[in-house]
Ligand binder design. Structure first.
Ligand code: PMP
Length: 355
């Protein structure tokens, strides 16, 4: 830190992204990316749009916003696109939390939530998950604040049903619930069908996972028009051109390829089931993940040791040195070949530690 760095941020601990090694080709199962490339139509849309890079992007991101509105059966005024869903989550923290409305989120969830709270100097309460890492909605009923729920949750993969979230919306109509559905396309239930009925619901999704566009940075928020207007106030006060031309073009093209992406999501779900079975056979405890990653622990090796041993063998997974979950590793579900390699190496490692 330089001597000039503002005191306002002196205590800020930034988010730690998963490793993106540039030197060696790992089997990368650490950042929940898709193992599948974007569709060819997306690639050519990006190339076409690159010819117009001398022009600023459309501040309203009209084409991709309209395509999203059509895809999800809402009005244009109900959609805001962002530079990844991270940007929109940050806007939601800024918009809906303050001294009297702390952010409420699980003690084990997306690691960026506390960082969004801290950078904006917002109070927050980490609400402990149950012993089995599931979320008890009743824990939130009597707390005051703005609720943030990753559904499915990260890194556990556990999901709440739409009915459970609807109950939360009904019980506390006086506050906003931000539902982060980054991983919803891998088998969980989206609450998007509720946005017209509840003015206290904001849904945030991303193209990074099921639509193979993590490197393009495209997320979207859907809610009632008033909520989207709030977020726009913050967007136009931060970065009016938040989504670049190529990313918008990629998003429009991706929305025309639903079958391709749904097919890929189905393959991920098959590979998830196969890997879950194989891990359980090896004695791992594995959560019932509804996402594109698995969360597993073994009583034969701790999470950090497994992470390191896999890395030495060319496989990257994620380990969180955090209370309650340091025994676990989080493993992105990739292709069947990748998952077979992961299981093979894990089996070898367990044999070695048993010797
Ligand atoms: N929410 C959750 C729960 C995530 O795990 C991630 C991915 N790191 C994001 C949001 C952000 O995704 P992106 O900014 O790539 O849309």
């Amino acid at each position: 830190m330089s001597k000039f760095f503002s005191d306002r941020f002196a205590a800020l601990t930034p988010y730690t992204p998963g490793e993106q090694p540039q030197e060696r080709t790992y089997i990368k199962l650490n950042t929940n990316e898709s193992p599948f490339p974007p569709s060819p139509a997306v690639v050519s849309a990006v190339a076409q749009e690159a010819k117009r890079l001398q022009l600023y992007s459309d501040p309203e991101s009209t084409t991709v916003t309209d395509a999203l509105a059509a895809r999800y059966h809402v009005k244009r005024e109900q959609v805001l696109v962002g530079n990844g869903s991270d940007e929109l989550l940050n806007f939601a923290f800024m918009a809906y939390c303050d001294e009297t409305h702390p952010a409420l989120f699980a003690d084990i969830t997306y690691g960026f939530y506390p960082v969004f709270a801290e950078i904006n100097h917002l109070p927050y309460i980490e609400v402990p998950l149950r012993e089995d890492l599931s979320l008890d909605p009743e824990d939130y009923t009597s707390l005051n604040g703005t609720v943030f729920i990753a559904n499915p949750n990260a890194p556990t993969g556990l999901a709440l049903s739409r009915a459970v979230i609807e109950e939360m919306l009904k019980i506390r109509q006086d506050r906003i619930h931000v539902i982060d559905e980054a991983y919803v396309d891998f088998g969980a239930e989206s609450v998007l069908p509720l946005v017209d009925r509840y003015d206290n619901l904001l849904v945030i999704q991303t193209f990074s996972k099921s639509r193979s566009m993590a490197g393009a940075r495209l997320g979207f928020a859907i809610g009632r028009p008033e909520l989207i207007r709030d977020l726009n106030t913050l967007k136009y006060s931060t970065n009016p051109y938040n989504v670049n031309r190529m990313t918008s073009a990629a998003g429009v093209a991706a929305l025309q390829e639903d079958d391709y992406y749904a097919g890929n999501a189905a393959v991920i779900q098959e590979n998830r089931a196969w890997t879950m079975g194989a891990l359980r056979k090896l004695g791992f405890e594995v959560t019932d993940s509804m996402s594109n990653f698995l969360f597993a622990r073994s009583d034969r090796i701790n999470g950090d040791a497994l992470y390191r041993s896999l890395k030495e063998r060319g496989i990257l997974v994620r380990h969180f040195d955090r209370p309650r979950i340091s025994d676990y590793v989080r493993v992105t579900v990739g292709t069947r070949d990748q998952m077979e390699a992961f299981i093979l190496k894990t089996t070898e490692i367990l044999q070695e530690v048993a010797e």
